[in-house]
Design a protein around this ligand. Sequence first.
Ligand code: MTE
Ligand code: MOS
Length: 802
Amino acid sequence: MSRTPSQLVDQKEPGELMAPTPGLSGGVRSPSKHDSGPKHVTGEAVYIDDILEPFGTLHLAPGAATIAHGKIVKMDLSKVRSAPGVVCVLTADDVPGVNDVSPAHTHDDPVLPDGIVQFYGQPVFCVAAETREQARNAAKLAHIEYEELPAVLSIEEALEKQQFVAPPHVMAQGDAVSALARAKHRRSGKMEIGGQDHFYLEGQITFAIPQEDGDVLLHCSTQHPSEVQHNIANVLGRPANAVTVEVRRMGGGFGGKETQASQWAALSAIVAVKTGRPAKMRLDRDDDMVMTGKRHDFIVEYDVGFDDDGRICGLDIQYATNCGFSADLSAAICDRAMFHTDNAYYLGDVEIRSYRCKTNLVSNTAFRGFGGPQGMVAIERIIDEIALTLSRDPLDVRIANYYGINDRNTTPYHMTVEDNVLAELTDEIVASSDYRKRRAEIDAFNADSPVIKRGLSITPVKFGISFTTSFLNQAGALIHIYQDGSVHLNHGGTEMGQGLFIKVAQVVAEEFQIDLDRIKITATNTGKVPNTSATAASSGADMNGMAARDAAITIKNRLIAFAAEKYGVAEAAIRFVPGRVMIGDVADVEFADLVKLAYLARVSLSATGYYATPKIHYDRETASGRPFYYFAYGIACSEVMIDTLTGENKVTRVDICHDVGRSLNPAIDRGQIEGGFIQGMGWLTSEELWWNDAGQLRTHAPSTYKIPACSDRPEDFRLELWSSGRNVEKSIHRSKAVGEPPLMLAISVHRAIADAIASVGNGKVIPMLDTPATPEAVLYAVAGVAKGMIARHHDTIAAAGE
Ligand code: MTE
Ligand code: MOS
């Protein structure tokens, strides 16, 4: 008999469970530690480079282009081929199947370029040698002649030439033009938003092991094993079933391994199949930074209309995005920036335009937030400018613009916001951070302090949960129970440090009412669960948790049917309690014993599970629909200090209240919020990517690219999982996705820095602060405000003289 999950509500409605089940170790809501935590710390966790290498393993190194754009006229690789230890050298001609690993079938991501170089540092050939050192040394011996072509290295230039990787896109509600014309106040501006390197600790790596019949097994550090499988099958000219991809864990992905693992997987797979020897490609850190895509940098131009209360009544906003040389995921990323133009605010009549610029730079890709952060950082600056224009507290302007509950609640993509909790979250943070009192204190401090200035800002986050490409919102799982009652758990999600595996295991522990240590967490493998989506869009636990629960329920229902018949009780009288199964008042057996009896009675103890997110739909043609199942919310209050003579800045206190719904695992969720916040802080303050005029990335190592250090963590960091957190939708145990949203809480740091800078001009001049707010950028902005003050002063004198 088959039943749907909802028919099993006799036990516990998943959302009703507020606290961990007593007597159960590691069910949902328990703060179980990351399953690999101790192994991460001791170094025992096996990453791909830790897998023991079989005899004969080859090592690969890429050979990079030294121009940004041009034709390869001659490629002399003879010295490379004859270098010590070299076994084979690949060029585009050696790709047996299709020379493309583009994720969206745009056919613009060659494994190795066939004649045309598209960016400085692009791999143009690849060496396989007995050792990694030999491969790297040999790669330096190539002699390549180019015929250079004009290289487009900036967004402005690409925009001017109308050079795009995907067509421009528009999203609109009402009539922005006439709303702006009618507006009492109006302001326009331009903001530049920098990119970000993922800086995962484990760089890109694939270890390919040849199998029978030209098949291949890939240990690949990827967020998207199914896509790597399909891409590599195409590259090899083989069916998908000839390629198996396995990933136990990544040392961080952050979006950088959503699509960009394929190229390295392809090269190692080609070598493995060609030579019959295992082949490993592990990028050196500098190569990784040069050769793989990053967070997209944006130029945003806006024109906003607002009333005396600072309420926005019209907005015209344009995003021009640096996508790099190929499409990759840029179209969806630019869409997500558009979807988050509103952040938490009702924008009234609005027009949003997006240009996806093609440049001769590395192809940019997913990064935590997937374009959403760039959209949100712009609107938050706009709100601050409105506040300064009207001499009002920015918090009050934010509150005035929040989506309403029953009105003013449609987004620019015509979705009604049904789960808005921002008013409540704001009340919490204003009270817990003591915002009003500190605001007054800081104003007083700044009035007396000519050099050091302090700044304070509260910014909210509303982040849409679901892939905006609706069909991606599906997941699968596989569960076996062995005869001793131990469980083997597998699903399509990948572990990159975010704690997905432990959360899904907790869901299964809860369903069977067995301790977490009875469940074996296993590597993601395309042979076990097929056709999966990337672990991305923060929906890993939402979707794989549901799929695993579905599989568990299938087996559980079989056990219930079996026990009901065996003991002659009604199915409804059978209850799973911690470690045991109560069979009416007839019997009470251990879970493992019931499993054994079921096996002997020939009951299947293995099941697949599946989940497809309900309710969502989106029509991209009309830019309207319900792309998101629900929204994740959070709010942060950041206080900073800047030195107006050096531009240095420091975050001194942060208060966060974040809505994770009813947390599956509060310990993991806290880790995600802290980590996401700090990563966002890095993006907005210290991480700066810089290319020279030749298109060469000069910030390609930690020596020149500054990610936050331990000492950058706010001295006073107060994080609260919102105690009233809830999900109005039937998500897994009513939890909420937490992977990406906290990154955007860091916008409060950027806004606090802008607030400190504004105090230089007593709030009378609007600071022009782009991102990242490096010391240099802060100094420029301070100088701009000071200049503005002098100009105002002259105006006043001139006016008085008249
Ligand atoms: N946390 C860690 N430790 N490492 C990561 O690579 N990636 C982030 C986020 N948190 C990441 C992380 C990104 S970009 C996403 S989309 C989500 O985790 C993906 O996992 P989830 O869907 O299970 O939340
Ligand atoms: Mo996350 S950017 O969706 O991998």
